[in-house]
Design a protein around this ligand. Structure first.
Ligand code: CDP
Length: 225
């Protein structure tokens, strides 16, 4: 059976960029689990639901069909919910500011974890998120915990926003990321933690290529899954 690679870490550490490149290099699939929590958040906000009202959102989760397309020309797998492509819509400030509230809910996490385990079952897959190595797939063959200083993570997110034409100050992003990290790390259910057996990579002063090479140096079956 193909291997499973878990990549966890705080917001803006570069997990999705690295996971996408790694998936391409190894010929693995890639599941962005943050996109799942973001999509639920987007739908809840669209329906005018209160993110604090867990029960309403659990009902919403039970009534959706979630699909992922094969990677497009930019190697991005699109998230489709009830036939609607939400890939771009889930990267908004509004979703950023509400997703951690929704991700705290135990029942919602159980539904998402079940889907993630099912998708990962056949292996040859990279999953990134907050609780993949610690909780969703504790038996994953490879576990990485990717982080960077708050300053650097905020700067990276700021560049992303700027490229999309969204005007926001660096200080505001830094505050938002710090709040979300705190919420993610201190929640009761599946908090953001480095799994005991995960390899820690601080990417503050590393290029994307350096991070990729570092991860590949640990992976023994490069390319043959
Ligand atoms: O891209 P960024 O690092 O900002 O966030 P993301 O990976 O898209 O995740 C968005 C949010 O979803 C996180 O801040 C968590 O609250 C939640 N999440 C989670 O609880 N568990 C996961 N496995 C993935 C994301």
């Amino acid at each position: 059976m193909g291997k499973v690679i878990a990549i966890d870490g705080p917001a803006g550490a570069g997990k999705s960029t690295i996971s996408r490149l790694l998936a391409k290099k190894l010929g693995y699939r890639y599941l962005d689990t943050g996109a799942m929590y973001r999509a639920i958040t987007y739908l809840a906000l669209e329906k005018g639901l209160n993110p604090e009202e867990g029960n309403d959102i659990v009902q919403l989760c039970k009534n959706i069909e979630m699909d992922f397309t094969p990677p497009d020309e930019n190697n991005i797998s699109h998230i489709i919910i009830n036939g609607q492509d939400l890939t771009d819509k889930i990267r908004s400030k509004e979703v950023d500011n509400n997703v951690s509230t929704i991700a705290k809910n135990k029942e919602i996490r159980e539904i998402m974890t079940r889907i993630q385990r099912k998708i990962a079952k056949s292996g040859k897959i990279i999953l990134d998120g907050r609780d993949i190595g610690s909780r969703v797939l504790p038996d994953a063959e490879y576990k990485f915990f990717i982080t960077a200083s708050l300053e650097e993570r905020a700067r990276r997110r700021w560049e992303e926003y700027k490229a999309k034409g969204i005007a926001i100050s660096l200080a505001e992003i830094e505050k938002e990321i710090a709040e979300r990290d705190l919420e993610d790390s201190t929640r009761e259910v599946s908090p953001l933690v480095q799994a005991e057996d995960a390899i820690l990579i601080d990417t503050s002063k590393m290029s994307i290529q350096e991070v990729l090479d570092k991860i590949l140096s640990y992976i023994k079956d490069e390319g043959d899954g």
